[in-house]
Structure formats: structure tokens, C-alpha cells
Design a protein around this ligand. Structure first.
Ligand code: BGC
Length: 905
């Protein structure tokens, strides 16, 4: 029996403010039986619960559609308008033609689809409202900080003349904003509207305000900070406003529908009032300074006396600024971390240790006299004397300060900043702080968790934990390189190296859907993808507009990965032309099919340990060939067969040129580094007869390093998968289990709680690496996570499968492990692979969702005498023996839970 559950629209549950004209619907099938398949579905959509229940006045009845499709089904009913609310349900037929009950209903709501739906004006602090801004007393207010200004407070009172049926708040900012309605904070997103290239497009958010409104007088308030728009971003410290603009502005619109069906709209305009308040400044990199004595009690409630406030400054953009609905989950505080320890390296200087490197901020509890100023500085590591190590932050300050208003316990959290830190230094704290004076608030784009991995080795579990923490900390509106120093940019190379691992840990479908638009927005007229997206065009030290090999190529690799993981063809369709332009850009300049031109900043195998030099032109050419191969697949997936043939031919041409230029007849590759062999094997750049030899040279190159890896960012992600595919999982486990430099284990032994930027971020011999580039929270070297899921636990999909339609369950025991388990919530449902070895018996439990076929490889050293749920194979329900391989029995199964027992050793 099948049942459709977990209904989603555009990859989200019950989303508001959907911006695509034809939203896609999906569901997950639950079933208890084996070999279950959906043979048909029917979707009903109505404008209200009532209409859906009675199945009258439907907006869409898909009818019974013979199909096993359970995601990416485009809404095909009556045209939807701005604000249209849709309630829907689905039923499915199983393989034997038996229909299910209808699912529980789910909903979605359209956003403001036309620019003309926006009636408001951009508003900001009125002239004079800030007075003459005085830098906060007690701050070391040097050149870098000059330009920071107090956050603006904006407010408007209005009267509602009746009972409200529905109210939606649409809002965005040039800057970052927080909304308040009748004294309450609206929604729980922070740092909205997130970072995009504000010159090209700004995202807006949609909030349900129905329950927050009152009949009669209401007050709507907004606080505005500089954010990415007007504050410090990147590694080129500039005064406020360098990148996009100088004056933060808010645009907001409250659409109210009364119970009698009449409507009203309250929008930002010249009638709003403005003031400054307690936030003396709040900057993403620098931190926040807050003076509680300047709070204006009741400013966000009706009846507040705003006679001392100034008229706002307002601007009509005449519809030129492109506003788009936010397609992804907003940035939120998703969890809290309690402090584990306090030390006092100097008298009056308290250092709190959260025990975990996190991204976000702390909530401070403090009691004292009005005017006392507490300063919080954030750092990832400690100096030998126990003080905080801040040298690696470069010009970022990540310092918050709080001035007390006095009169009891006060609680402070900053508004428009985030820090990367494990330690918080607290100075000038009135009295002696207790451990709970500081609580860590973890902030990131709230992509739901979609996978977990664990095994019997605590060190490997810690590595997995560090990888996930790195993802949490660095997926903040965009995929950043690091969250602490003055950088925090959407480096493309880092993103493509990590994307596959990221897709296991969290449902990042919408996160990358959003970011790919940033990537396309940053593409040059010639077709170059950039090094970073959003692109900062005005950095004085580096031109980042012409993507380097392995950086620009993210423009192909990321959407391809999203397509394969989520079966999402829309992302590749949407960016298909942009990807084509990139391919043309490379081809035009490299007619002999070796990528020696248009290399941009050409970072090579970035941060490989010294002495390991992978030729940059080789790396570049390999990535170009890989692009062509992925484009072949992408073009095929969206029915562009002619293009697919063209890309296939291009791939073959580049491969031939690669072999001619870099591969000798015995399979040696120029450079002879681990990365050379890894790329050539992974990207299929060798004649088939030389693959075996190349794999041996790869192993030799590892042996030369005394069984250590010597790759940088670029080689590391594919290294272990390539070893497994070459039959050398034993070597991959050696790398995993290493505890000496360079290795993941080495960093773990030094107490790492996130993945480091460099293998030698801190070593026993040298201490800290150069502070110029030494982040302790960079996810790239954590790209080994993919191998843990795919090969250690063994959840993978067939090479040409997308959306996990044809999966492979193939655990690779080894490395001393006796058990491992991974769960992964695919678009078709939860896949589980769990194995353990007890007394030479290998027990594999696998869960396969409906609509999936799985090829399961069960280790069995005694020639196929495996059982499933205690039955010999020939009597096991729904299990088909495919073949015996060396040491493995290979079977095919459909959906269901299975327990295989084989043997090892
Ligand atoms: C960043 C990297 C990035 C690199 C480019 C660094 O400063 O932190 O992660 O990919 O520059 O090579």
C-alpha cells in the first residue's frame, strides 16, 4: 500500500511568496511493502481548504496521470495571480492499480509576481534624524571603522477598520532589515533579504502577519542595518557604501484582506517617521555596538509619541529595481550552544569556551549600572597564554559591545552581524560572569538536514561533525569560504568542491537554486563565470571577474550536481545558455583544446602542501574536459540531443589533447602528483588501458608521502572516491585514519571542531600558520564527506541516474571499521544503509523507498552464500541475484527494508 506524504512546493513545505509562475509539486511515498511503485497520480488544487474538501471550484485537477513521477510536477491549472493561495492534495496508484487515500492537504501561496504590485517607496533615515553622529565612546574608532553609522529605526501607525482574514507582509531592503509589528518581531529570519548583486536584483521576503494585527490602531516598525549592501564585505576594507550603496533603505508592503473581502494595503512611503536608537553601528565584519540607554520603549507599538522623530527620506524607483521572491530558506538562529568553560588569562578578561567553533553570535546576560560597557571579542583559537587569537581575522573586528541601561538583568543579542568563533573574550563585565552569561547562537541559511553518517570510529564521527559544522557556518545566504576574517565571499572553487558533500548533509536544492542566479548575474559579457558570486566588482587588490580553472567551472558543476541529486532539470534549463556561453568563452580562446588561455587568477590546486605542484594548465584542461562531459549529460537530460553530441565531441577532443600533452604511453601523467592522477581518473581523461597504471601511480604518489595525501582544495574531494573506484579502498582508509600531518586526523588531534582552511593551520612545530590566510572554518577540505556517505556507508546512485532513481547500496568495509550507518533523505524518500561486522558475518540493513530500484553489493567471501531476512537468496521476497563478483554478491531489489548477511575475511 502506498501513501503520499511530505508534500512540498518548490522544494519547500507550505511556502509563502512563491515567485515562479508554474510551481513544481512533490511528495514522498511511504509504504510498508517491498517492490512498491507508483503507477499513477492525481493532484487536486483549490483556492481554499473548503473548496479542496468538497472538490468543487478546483483550480486544477490533473486527472489520473499514468506516471511514476513524484517530484517536479508542474502545476498546470488556472493561471495564478499575485497572492493566490493554493491548497492541494495528491493520491497515487500503486503497481497493481490500487489507489491510495488522498494525502493530507498542503498549501502554497504566490508572491508579488509583477513589479507593479509594489506600491511603496524605498525609505531610509530622514535628514537630521541621526543628528551629528559621534563615534561611540570607548571604542577604538580608527580609520577602518569610520563611516559606520547608527542603524535606522522607521515606523508607521495605521488603523484597520475591521476584522482581518488574511494579511501578508512583503518586505526587502537595500541593507538588512528586521520588522516589528505591534511590539513583536515579525518572523524569525535574520539578515534578510540576504546577499545578491543588489544592482541586478533584490530578494523580498513574505510573512504571514494575520495573527499579529489588531482591529483599530497598529504600528509597523523596521530597523535597518548596512549588511552586504552598505557595510564591510570582502578583503578590501572600505568605508561604508563602497560596494553597492551608502544609505540603507527599506521597502515594505502590508496587504490586508478583511473578512468581508475588502482589501487594504499599507506601504512604505513619505508618511513614515525615522529615528536612530540603541544600535550605534552594526556591521557584518566589524560587529555591533549597542547602547541600551538609547532604547525607545514602545517605538514599535501603537500610541508611541514619535513627535521627536524625523520624516523619512523616500525614493520612488519607478519600478526599475528588480525584486524577486526569495526562493530559499532564510538565515535563522537554528540552535544554541552553551559555554563549556571560562578562564581568566588576565585579571578582568574572561574567555568563554563554547567547545565548538560556530558561526553566529552570543546572547549576553548581564546586570550592572547604567553606562557600564561590556565588550565581547570573538575568536577561533587561543594564544599560548590563553588570550584570544585574532590575528587571522585580518581587518574584521567581530567585536560587539553593550552599554547597560541598568536596573536588573539585561539580555543582549546583536542584530546585523555574524562572527566565526569558538571563544568569546568578555571585558568590563560588571562583577564576575557565570558560565551562562554567554550562550552561542548558531546562525545559517536554514536548509533542512537531509543526511547523517556515523560509524564505530569516534575520530571519523568527529570529522563528519566538523564537516557539518563547516557547512552550517559557511552556508549563510551564499556559500562562503570562511565566516570570520575580512573575506566571507562566495568563492566558486570552494563551492564546487564541496557541493556533493553538502547535498548529502542538507537539502540545499533551494540554496543553490538561489546562488546559481548570483553566479549567472556575475557572468561577464564575454561569457566568463567569476571567481566569486555575488561578484564584487570594485576590489582594488584582485579582479575576480574571470573565473579561474576549478573556480569558474562551478558554473557547470554546481547545477549539474543539483540536477543529479534532486532530479531538478529546471536549474540546468534556466542556466543552460549561461553555461553554453562559458563553454564558448573557453573554446574561443583555446582552439588547440588545451586550456592555456583565459585562466583568470589561476589558483591551481590551491593550498596543496608545499612541494606538490600540479601543473596549472593540466588542471585547467582537465576541468574544461569535465565541463564538456557534464554538459553532454545536461544537454541530454533536457532533450537537446544535438548539443549533447557537440559537447561529447568536444569532450573527446579535449581528452585527446590532454592525453597528447600530459600522458605518457605508460600512464604517467605530467606533474606526477596525487591531484594529476585523481583528476585524470575521475574525469575520464585516460585511454581505458592506462587507467590501471595511473591508479597505481596514484597509490605510489601517496606511498611517497609515507601514505599521506598531498592535495590542495582541488584534488582532495575526488581522491578517496577515485581510490575506491580503482579498487584501493584500503589506501583511502589509510588516509582517513592518518593522525600525522597532513591529514584530517592531524587537525582533529589538534582539537579541531570544524574543518580548517589549511592542513597546517596549526602545527606542533610551527604553531599558527601565517595569519594572512589561516581560517579554522573552511569547508573545502571537508569534501571527503561525500566518500563517507557514498563508499563507506555505501549510498550512491548509478552514474546516469538522477534524483536517486537507480541507486547503489555498496558498503566498503575496511580501515578497521566494524560498523557504519548513513541515512539520506532523497527526493524519493529516505534511503538507509547500515552495516556491521560481527564474528566474520557482515550484516547489511538497507531501506529503499518506493519507485527506486537498487543494486545492492553484499560483501561475501564465501561465494554468494548470503541470506536476506534469514532466507537463502532464492527464497527472499523481491530479491534478484544479478551476479557474483570478487568478494561481493550483487542483487537487485525494489523498495522495502532488507537485511542481508554475508561474510568477510
Ligand atoms: C579564499 C579561498 C578561495 C581562494 C582563491 C582565499 O582567500 O579563502 O577559499 O577559494 O582565496 O584561491
Amino acid at each position: 500500500m502506498l501513501q503520499a506524504n511530505h508534500l512540498k512546493c518548490e522544494h519547500r513545505r507550505n511556502p509563502l511568496g512563491v515567485g515562479t509562475a508554474c510551481p513544481r509539486l512533490s511528495w514522498v511515498l511511504d509504504s510498508d511493502g517491498r517492490g512498491q511503485k507508483q503507477s499513477a497520480y492525481q493532484i487536486l488544487v483549490a483556492g481554499s481548504e473548503q473548496d479542496l474538501r468538497t472538490e468543487e471550484n478546483l483550480l486544477w485537477d490533473s486527472g489520473k496521470v499514468a506516471s511514476d513521477r513524484s517530484f517536479g510536477v508542474e502545476y498546470g491549472g488556472q493561471q495564478l495571480r499575485s497572492g493566490s493561495r493554493c491548497v492541494w492534495k495528491v493520491r497515487v496508484w500503486d503497481g497493481s492499480g490500487c489507489p491510495s487515500l488522498y494525502s493530507e492537504p498542503a498549501a502554497w501561496e504566490m508572491g508579488l509576481l509583477e513589479r507593479s504590485n509594489w506600491t511603496g517607496k524605498w525609505i531610509g533615515l530622514g535628514e537630521g534624524a541621526a543628528g551629528d553622529f559621534e563615534p561611540p565612546a570607548g571604542e577604538e574608532f580608527d580609520d577602518v571603522l569610520i563611516g559606520l553609522a547608527p542603524c535606522s529605526y522607521l515606523r508607521k501607525e495605521f488603523v484597520l477598520e475591521g476584522a482581518v482574514r488574511r494579511a501578508r507582509l512583503y518586505a526587502t531592503a537595500r541593507g538588512v532589515y528586521e520588522l516589528h509589528l505591534n511590539g513583536q518581531r515579525v518572523g524569525d529570519d535574520v539578515l534578510s533579504p540576504g546577499w545578491t548583486d543588489y544592482d541586478k536584483r533584490i530578494q523580498y521576503q513574505t510573512h504571514d502577519a494575520t495573527e499579529m494585527l489588531l482591529e483599530g490602531r497598529n504600528a509597523l516598525g523596521g530597523i535597518l542595518g548596512d549588511g552586504w549592501y552598505a557595510g564591510f564585505v570582502g578583503m578590501d576594507p572600505k568605508r561604508r557604501g563602497a560596494h553597492y550603496g551608502t544609505r540603507p533603505q527599506l521597502l515594505v508592503q502590508l496587504d490586508v484582506e478583511y473578512t468581508d473581502g475588502t482589501r487594504e494595503s499599507i506601504a512604505s512611503d513619505g508618511s513614515w517617521k525615522s529615528s536612530v536608537g540603541p544600535i550605534e553601528f552594526s556591521d557584518l565584519l566589524m560587529g555591533e555596538s549597542y547602547d541600551a540607554r538609547k532604547e525607545q520603549e514602545g517605538w514599535d507599538q501603537p500610541g508611541f509619541d514619535d513627535s521627536g522623530w524625523w520624516p523619512v527620506d523616500s525614493e520612488d524607483d519607478h519600478g526599475v529595481v528588480r525584486l524577486v521572491a526569495e526562493p530559499n530558506q532564510g538565515v535563522r538562529v537554528t540552535r544554541e550552544v552553551k559555554a563549556k568553560d571560562i578562564s581568566q588569562p588576565k585579571s578582568g578578561t574572561y574567555v568563554f569556551d563554547l567547545g565548538q567553533n560556530i558561526v553566529g553570535w552570543v546572547r549576553l546576560r548581564v546586570s550592572g549600572a547604567a553606562g557600564d560597557r561590556v565588550t565581547l571579542r570573538h575568536a577561533e583559537a587561543l594564544n599560548p597564554d590563553g588570550t584570544i587569537y585574532t590575528a587571522n581575522l585580518r581587518t574584521a573586528r567581530q567585536t560587539d559591545s553593550y552599554v547597560l541601561k541598568g536596573g536588573g538583568e539585561e539580555v543582549f543579542e546583536p542584530h546585523f552581524t555574524f562572527h566565526g568563533f569558538r571563544y568569546v573574550e568578555v571585558t568590563s563585565y560588571p562583577g564576575e560572569p557565570s558560565l551562562d552569561a554567554v550562550t552561542g547562537c548558531v546562525v545559517h541559511s536554514a536548509a533542512p538536514s537531509s543526511g547523517s553518517f556515523e560509524c564505530c570510529n569516534p575520530m571519523v564521527n568527529l570529522l563528519q561533525s566538523n564537516i557539518v559544522w563547516g557547512q552550517r557556518g559557511n552556508f549563510l545566504s551564499i556559500p562562503t569560504d570562511c565566516p570570520q576574517r575580512d573575506e566571507r565571499l562566495g568563492w566558486m572553487g570552494d563551492a564546487q568542491v564541496f557541493v556533493r558533500t553538502a547535498c548529502f548533509n542538507m537539502d540545499v536544492s533551494t540554496f543553490f537554486t538561489k546562488w546559481m542566479v548570483d553566479v549567472e548575474d556575475a557572468q561577464s559579457l564575454e561569457g566568463a563565470f567569476p571567481d566569486v558570486a555575488p561578484l564584487l566588482r570594485d576590489l582594488s587588490m584582485l579582479d575576480l571577474s574571470n573565473g579561474a580553472p576549478a573556480w569558474g567551472d562551478a558554473g557547470i558543476i554546481v547545477p549539474w550536481t543539483v540536477y543529479r541529486t534532486y532530479g531538478d532539470t529546471r536549474i540546468v534549463e534556466k542556466h543552460y545558455d549561461a553555461m553554453g556561453r562559458w563553454m564558448e568563452y573557453l573554446r574561443e580562446a583555446n582552439p588547440d583544446l588545451l586550456r592555456t588561455e583565459r585562466l583568470g587568477n589561476n589558483y591551481g590546486d590551491w593550498l596543496a602542501p608545499e612541494g606538490d605542484y600540479t601543473p596549472k594548465d593540466l588542471l585547467a584542461t582537465a576541468y574544461w574536459a569535465y565541463d564538456a562531459r557534464l554538459m553532454t549529460e545536461i544537454a541530454g537530460a533536457i532533450g537537446r540531443q544535438d548539443d549533447a553530441r557537440g559537447y561529447e565531441e568536444l569532450f573527446r577532443g579535449i581528452k585527446e589533447a590532454f592525453i597528447g600533452a600530459y600522458v605518457s604511453s605508460d600512464g604517467r601523467i605530467k606533474g606526477d602528483t596525487q591531484t594529476c592522477y585523481t583528476l585524470a581518473l575521475h574525469m575520464d581523461l585516460l585511454p581505458p588501458e592506462l587507467r590501471g597504471a595511473a591508479a597505481e601511480y596514484l597509490v605510489e604518489a601517496i606511498e611517497r608521502e609515507d601514505w599521506h595525501l598531498s592535495t590542495g582544495f582541488v584534488g582532495v574531494g575526488y581522491l578517496c572516491p577515485v581510490l575506491t573506484e580503482a579498487g584501493r579502498t584500503d589506501v583511502a582508509y589509510r588516509l582517513l585514519n592518518n593522525e600525522t600531518y597532513p591529514s584530517w586526523g592531524y587537525t582533529l588531534r589538534q582539537g579541531a571542531t570544524t574543518v580548517w582552511e589549511r592542513w597546517d593551520g596549526w602545527t606542533e612545530e610551527q604553531g599558527f600558520q601565517s595569519p594572512n590566510m589561516n581560517s579554522f572554518n573552511h569547508y573545502s577540505l571537508g569534501s571527503v564527506g561525500e566518500w563517507l556517505y557514498r563508499h563507506v556507508a555505501g549510498i550512491d546512485q548509478e552514474p546516469r541516474s538522477s534524483g536517486y532513481k537507480h541507486i547503489v547500496i555498496r558498503p566498503h568495509p575496511g580501515g578497521g571499521l566494524t560498523s557504519a550507518r548513513a541515512e539520506y533523505d532523497s527526493v524519493r524518500g529516505r534511503i538507509v544503509s547500515e552495516w556491521e561486522i560481527i564474528d566474520g558475518a557482515f550484516r547489511l540493513r538497507a531501506t529503499i523507498p518506493p519507485n527506486i530500484t537498487a543494486t545492492v553489493y553484499v560483501p561475501s567471501t564465501d561465494g554468494g552464500a548470503i541470506t536476506e531476512s534469514d532466507h537463502p537468496l532464492e527464497r527472499a521476497e523481491g530479491v534478484e541475484l544479478l551476479r557474483l563478483e570478487d568478494g561481493e554478491t550483487v542483487v537487485a531489489v525494489g523498495s522495502g527494508r532488507y537485511e542481508f548477511v554475508g561474510s568477510v575475511g
